[in-house]
Design a protein around this ligand. Structure first.
Ligand SMILES: Cc1ncc(COP(=O)(O)O)c(C=O)c1O
Length: 425
């Protein structure tokens, strides 16, 4: 018996999600092949409701859920501060210098969030209302930032089709560049945005060769290249290169401190000095000028100096979880191991009638059966993701042991589903 104690609104929301996100309701057949219809806008939140008091919780929903540890908290409490809007916060200034050096860029700016940092980049690169940016159709900027570029910056977007590895076709990109300016019919192409690692595509690392070719195409047409590098440190670790080797191919970058790097808040926006001067103005206009922000920047400094090296552990754990999914006795999960390059695992559930949201609910629930079988209750929290998949993300809060427990739980859920299916037939 499952001892779930989900609230009525949560249950009804999950029911809604399961109906919306059920891949079996969204797929269509073509020449005997099953295709999942892209439903990128329908991913939702699963249950996080607590069941057994003693159950262990393994939170794989996102790498944004990390909490600062004692060292980080101490650095924060001891940080020297000043008014950063006056440029007088020494800790912020140090962080900005540290980030610029690491990125191999002239300058960097501490911003509250990745969303704001991306928006500032768009605003500074695209100065005239009606300027246009070209962006991947599955990029965070395009899908998850509420259309801020249009809504707040008056910038028009056109998309290129993201491939499963996060890249796109450079011929398609070239075909999207407007050549009509100053003909009054057309916007003016100004900017190309890439995402590295690519979140929706499962933490994929953009190949350096792709970035190099992209940059020479952009240079040919006088376009700027901005990288949403929220997780570019993960990319650098996987490629075994310093971040500057990746970032040499773009003009500007946005790098989150509050994801795999474990800081509570903050994103660094890097670029040329002139760009950052303008970015300071845009940040203030958006309400992102913070005062004694050194308290936050102290965590950011540690994130950049101490947390990059450990990302490799997250990548190893993510991979071993993906392998464990494939090795389950019951073949319920589908995962492309070659696509697990960093700290994100995307997998499909191939059990009849089970939607990603329902799978997440089962993984988050603890039952007496499970406690008997595994000797302990384990709640694995994950999000239903796009195109009928589930996403799990590794971070500093997840150990190798947690990963093994999570894998055991997934095995238990797979057996449960197989038994239920056998009983139903
Ligand atoms: C690729 C990418 N870019 C930007 C963001 C936005 O960051 P924030 O949540 O700090 O606004 C995220 C957040 O998950 C992300 O995954």
């Amino acid at each position: 018996m499952t001892s779930t104690t989900l609230s009525a609104p949560t249950r009804s929301f999950l029911h809604y999600l399961s109906r919306r996100a059920n891949p079996f309701k969204h797929r269509h057949h073509q020449a005997g092949v099953t295709h999942f219809v892209r439903c990128y806008y329908e991913s939702g939140k699963p249950a996080t409701g607590c069941q057994s008091e003693s159950a262990r919780t393994i939170d794989l929903r996102s790498d944004t859920v990390t909490k600062p540890g004692p060292l980080m908290r101490r650095a924060m409490s001891e940080a020297k501060v000043g008014d950063d809007v006056f440029g007088e916060d020494p800790t912020v200034n140090e962080l900005q210098k540290q980030a610029a050096e690491l990125f191999g860029m002239e300058s960097a700016l501490f911003c509250p969030t990745g969303t704001m940092s991306n928006l500032i980049a768009v605003m500074v690169h695209c100065r005239e209302r009606g300027d246009e940016m070209i962006v991947g159709d599955l990029s965070h900027l395009h899908i998850y930032e509420q259309g801020g570029s249009a809504q707040l910056a008056g910038v028009h977007s056109t998309t290129v089709t993201n491939f499963p590895d996060g890249t796109f076709d450079l011929d398609q990109l070239e075909s999207k560049i407007r050549h009509g300016y100053p003909d009054a019919h057309y916007p003016r192409s100004r900017l190309v945005c890439v995402e590295n690692t690519h979140n929706i595509q499962g933490g994929r690392v953009l190949p350096l060769a792709f970035l190099k070719e992209l940059r020479s195409l952009a240079d040919k047409y006088g376009l700027m290249v901005h990288m949403d590098g929220a997780r570019v440190m993960n990319a650098a670790v996987t490629l075994g290169v310093p971040p500057s080797t990746i970032l040499q191919h773009c003009h500007t970058v946005s790098v989150c401190l509050s994801k795999g790097l474990g800081a509570p808040v903050g994103t660094m926006l890097g670029g040329p000095q002139d760009f950052v001067k303008q970015a300071v103005r845009a940040r203030k206009a958006l309400g992102g000028g913070m005062r004694q922000a050194g308290i936050l920047a102290a965590a950011g400094k540690l994130a950049l100096s101490d947390m990059v090296g450990r990302l490799q552990k997250d990548h190893r754990n993510a991979r071993s979880f993906a392998q464990a999914l494939l090795q389950c006795d019951s073949p319920v999960y589908q995962v492309d191991l070659a696509a697990v390059e960093t700290n994100i695992v995307r997998f499909r559930v191939c059990a009849e009638g089970i939607s990603p949201a329902e799978l997440c609910e089962r993984a988050a629930a603890v039952s007496e059966d499970e406690e008997r079988a595994l000797g302990q209750g384990v709640r694995v929290l994950m999000f239903p993701h796009v195109a009928g998949s589930v996403r799990a993300v590794w971070h500093v809060g997840i150990s190798k042991e947690d990963t093994q427990l999570a894998a055991q739980k997934m095995q238990f859920v797979a057996q449960q589903l197989t038994r239920e299916r056998a009983r139903a037939h």
